[in-house]
Structure formats: C-alpha cells, structure tokens
Design a protein around this ligand. Sequence first.
Ligand code: FAD
Length: 516
Amino acid sequence: MATRFLLAFAICRLIVTVGLTLDPTELLRLEVEGVLSVEPADLGAASRDFGGMQNAEPLAVLHPGSAEDVARLIKAAYESGQGFTVSARGHGHSIKGQATTANGVVVQMSGSTKVAPPRVSEKFMYVDVWGGELWVDVLSSTLKYGLAPKSWTDYLYLSVGGTLSNAGISGQAFNHGPQISNIYELDVVTGKGELLTCTPKQNSELYHAVLGGLGQFGIITRARIALEKAPHRVRWIRVLYSNFSAFTQDQEYLISLHGQPATKKFDYVEGFVIVDEGLINNWRSSFFSPGNPVKISSLNADGGVLYCLEITKNYQESNSNAIDEEVGALLKKLNFIPSSEFTTDLPYVDFLDRVHKAELKLQSKNLWDVPHPWLNLFVPKSRIGDFDKGVFKGILGNKTSGPILIYPMNKKKWVAKSSTVTPDEDIFYLVAFLRSALDNGDETRTLNHLTNQNNRILRFCSDAGIKAKQYLPHYTTQQQWMDHFGDKWTLFSKRKLEFDPKNILATGQRIFTPFF
Ligand code: FAD
C-alpha cells in the first residue's frame, strides 16, 4: 500500500517536473513480473556510482523480472504523452553518472533474482546470460562445464551489459579482442520498446550499434558469449624496465605473437607505470613480496620512472611439465632488467578475480568508497613515447595516487562496425589512471588536484597533437562528443535516430537531449 502511494507520488512529481501529459495511473497500471520501486533505498542506490562524484536521483527503479518487463517500461516511456527517460544500470561502476537518470526510471539490471540463470551450450561453446549478470557469476556458471569466456576485464564485479556498452578490455584483448569481439548474439530492447534478437547477420545494424554503444541504442537483456576450455592454472610473471622504449618494444613484440600457436605466446599482456619512490606494490594486486621490497632507487630508473611488464601463461595441470620451458623460451626474447623477475603460480579463477581481493582489503580500511577521478585513454602507438615524456616523466611529478596501467592492443581484433572509438593506428595503448582521492591532508591526493591533473593530461595531448581517445568517455557538450566520434559521428547519430528516436535511453552519458 505504502509502495503504491510512493509510486503515485513519484509519478505525479515526474509530471510536475517535466511537464508530462502522462496519466499517472498509466504507469501504475504497468504490469511487471519484477518490481517497480520508489523506496528511498532503491532511489539512493541508483543515484550514485563508483566514481562517487555525481548524484542524480531517478523517480523510480525497475527491478525487472524479464526482458518483457524492460520492453513494457520503455514502450510506456516511448508511447505515452511526452515520455520519460530510462537508463539501464548494471553494477553502477561508472565514474561520472553514466548509468543515472534524473526524472526518469533506472532499470536495475544486476541483482535481479527472477531472471533466467546462465545457460551453457557445451556443444557450441557459448553461454547465454541475462544482461545484468556479473562476470564473476558468468565465470562460476561456465566453470561447471570446464569452460570460460575468452576475453575479460581486470575486475569481475561488472555487469555483462555494462562492459559490452563500452568494450571490456584486459590483457587478453591483444589476442581475442575486447569482450565486444566475443559476442555471438544479443537480445536488445530498443528505445521504441521493441525486443529484438540481433547477430552480425540478423538485425546487424542494431548488433553493431549496441556493442560499445554507451547504452544509447537499447538495453541488452541477453548476451551469447563465446567460451573456450578453461585453463586450470596460471603462471603470472612481472618483470621491470627502466627504459621506456625497451618496455614498449617488448610489449609490442609480445602482442605481435597473437597469430602463433598457444604454446608460443603469452595469454595476457599488461603493464604498469611506477613513479612513486618506495615499494612498487599497488592496491590492484600486491604481488612483490613485502619481505623483499623493491626500491625504485636501487634499479636506476630512467627519469625516476620504472615500467612493469605483466604477463601470464595459462596451462592445464596435465601440462605442468612443459610450462617452465614454454615460459623460459618466451622470456629469453625480452630485454627487462636482469634479476627483476617475479613469478607466482595460482588457480585460473584466483588470477581472474585478483582485483576483488584488493577491493576487500581497501574496503576493510574504508578506502574503497572514496571519489575515483579515473581517466582512461587510448593512445596511438606512434605517440606513446611523447606521452611518456610529457605525462609519466612530466605532469605526474613522482606521484601516482593509484595504479597506472599501460598496455598495447591490436586494432584488427576490434570489430570496426561497433560503436567503440579507437585511434586510427594498427596498435594503440590503453593508459589507465586509476586513482583514488583522499581527504588526508596531502594536497596531492585531493579530488581537486587529481581532477586538475587529468585536465592537464588531456590538454597536453591536445596541444601536442596526440590523437588519444577516451575509453569510458565523459564529455559535457555535444561538440565534444562529435570530436570524440570523429568520422563515426554520422553513423552514431543515424543509429540513434533509428533505434532511440526520442533520445530516451542512457541520458547520463549526456550525448543527446530527450525530446520532451
Ligand atoms: P554501469 O556503470 O551500471 O553502466 C555503464 C553504462 O552502460 C551506462 O550508460 C548504462 O546505462 C549502460 N548499461 C548498463 N547495463 C546495460 C545494459 N544491460 N544494456 C545497455 N546498456 C547498459 N573496464 C574494462 O574494460 N576493463 C577493466 O579491466 C575494467 N576494470 C574496472 C575495475 C573497476 C574497479 C571499475 C570500477 C571499473 C572497471 N572497468 C573496466 C570499467 C567498467 O567496464 C565500466 O565502467 C562498465 O560500464 C561497468 O559496468 P557496470 O555494470 O557497473 O555498468
């Protein structure tokens, strides 16, 4: 009863706020298998995200019980009077309010208990999952069959729909492409409320639009994800470089091996930058033994900066005899600092879930729910040396305030027709500044300082003519979005007109303004 009253109240508020002609009873009559909620706890949770810097309260939250629930809601938004906005929210791990919508309805895709569980096809090596499924749960369901997805993110507590709306990248991307390159089929509810199945051949325009589409063209309710035989264990190696070009040459060499047989290449290639004096562990994964601390000063770092290459080799227990030899042969080709090799060996699941362990540690110290002014850039290979000089050895000034990842990818592994934007070169680097702001009296850790530094990095790229593209992009004007998409803008806006003509969806991205 109380919920019904709150819902009626919220809908009246919606009408007053945006001047709709929508009859409140219309939405109240919306029959859903799940729950349409206006509970303050639901509204509060849907207002925030991991970035911790924005707050936008929706009028209601739908916990869908099925894809049809999502279709019913969007159809109501599209057809009734002047409509209202609808944003899918996966696990809310965006940085700048991308999954929020003020004065509209958030569809809380993750955490729904009523939707179908993952269904694995052993024969065809795929899994069908609900769009709000977390990758960690996808993994546990496929492992029951000895199978696993091929392409990952570093952190598994993200939703399938959320990462597919961006790209989904990690150290496997050089080999398998991003997660969006490993999807056979999708069910999508468009901005008109139609529930469509799409593949590279059927409704292919929608399929390509939605992958990397920042939630603009529809809500993904099901994804069919490619699987491979799951390895049992992982040999995980880190080696250090003081010379940036030696580091990038080795990274580029390793990703050039993507076409080689599995025994002749690593399975994962990443890396990170170490500019802080002192221990080189960071929160993402403490790896270097605390009993054996590594000091930058002892390694003769170039310009005070060290670079860590991170590589892994997967293997089956039945093949454990060959692993030393395979890894040894690959390491021989690399030019890292002699004796700077750190190796560990662990179950595949523990490797994939490594960042969650760090999360639990930070949570126990109340350091997880803090503002995260993250900046992710794709930097073209031809300018990565200039980026090193200007940013790692310049703007950062010997202070990171969090991990800085750097690793290259092969553009040919990305589906060109998808909505994601990458630099116009065969190889480009992800550079990820994953920093946490703290209010601990250290001026260099404040949100203000880190935000200013991010702006300086972006300005440096622009002034130096480095054609970097933001990954997980955030802009505030349509002109900036047009610049971001470049040649793809015409296609992007044409697809928007076709699949979400009233600009109802994912307004938290701030690309298009709703037509009401
Ligand atoms: P949300 O923040 O809930 O949503 C993001 C966007 O997608 C919104 O616009 C939303 O409307 C839309 N959306 C959500 N669900 C759907 C759906 N079902 N259909 C259509 N649109 C939808 N990214 C990487 O690529 N690699 C990494 O290694 C990586 N590591 C990360 C580690 C951490 C700790 C964090 C916080 C983020 C990381 N990310 C990484 C970024 C992450 O992939 C994106 O922020 C992603 O969007 C988060 O998923 P989510 O489910 O929380 O999405």
